[in-house]
Write a protein that binds this ligand. Sequence first.
Ligand code: ADP
Ligand code: MG
Length: 265
Amino acid sequence: MGRIIAVANQKGGVGKTTTAVNLAASMAATRRKVLLIDLDPQGNATMGSGVDKYDVDNTAYELLIEQKPAKDVIIRETNGKYHLIAANSDTTAADIKLMEEFAREQRLAQALKSVVDDYDFIFIDCPPSLSMLTVNAMAAADSVLVPMQCEYFALEGLTALMDTIERLAEAVNPRLTIEGILRTMYDPRNRLANDVSEQLKTHFGEKVYRTVIPRNVRLAEAPSFGAPAMYYDKSSAGAKAYLALAGELIRRAEQQKKAEAAAEA
Ligand code: ADP
Ligand code: MG
């Protein structure tokens, strides 16, 4: 069964979409079967995957509101070797309609049941707010991956986010865990970034990924070419960092499996 990972942080501009797109592509490059779900009405993950958000027949709206089967909504041709459920401004309407409907928190979880076995990893790119779409992502996910920038007040924001995730988990998904915390747009020459990074490790320990995503212009340029960075400039520091992150996630998952097997034996 595929692992469902929500990429979330209520703050905008921290690298959620960049992480969702490039991690999905890196996982797919290791021959894992990957589905990326764009839940942000801005549709940046959709465009960044080489899919025109203005010219798609089906989006998360058709999945969540019209309740079309997932297999009919999934786009199989992207520039990242992964499958995609697209988003565009229709997704805003989905957010509003979900507020009025029955069993609304579990729509995405229900919708994914029929395809979860087809994938090794399902990544969900969340919008920068605590909307019904984010609640649906949290209800469907096994875990949350939190990208963050190491800047002033980052830790306060992160603590608030962790509280929110905990409360949400209690309400809609008790098995939800924190997948990991990812330092993005990192500049090692910046002293404040180093300080915040150290505090982060003190507070959250092993939850902080060893892999750090550097500030890299190729990661910012790639979306305008409609492709993940590894297909735009595979030797770039950004592309390499996301490949390393995929490796770290895979190793962690294997270690976890071993630990679980040992606990059962
Ligand atoms: P979010 O989805 O959290 O709003 P994005 O992934 O869209 O954040 O990133 C915000 C902006 O920063 C985008 O313009 C993106 O291209 C850029 N960006 C993201 N990560 C990096 C990075 N590691 N280096 C340079 N620019 C980045
Ligand atoms: Mg985004």
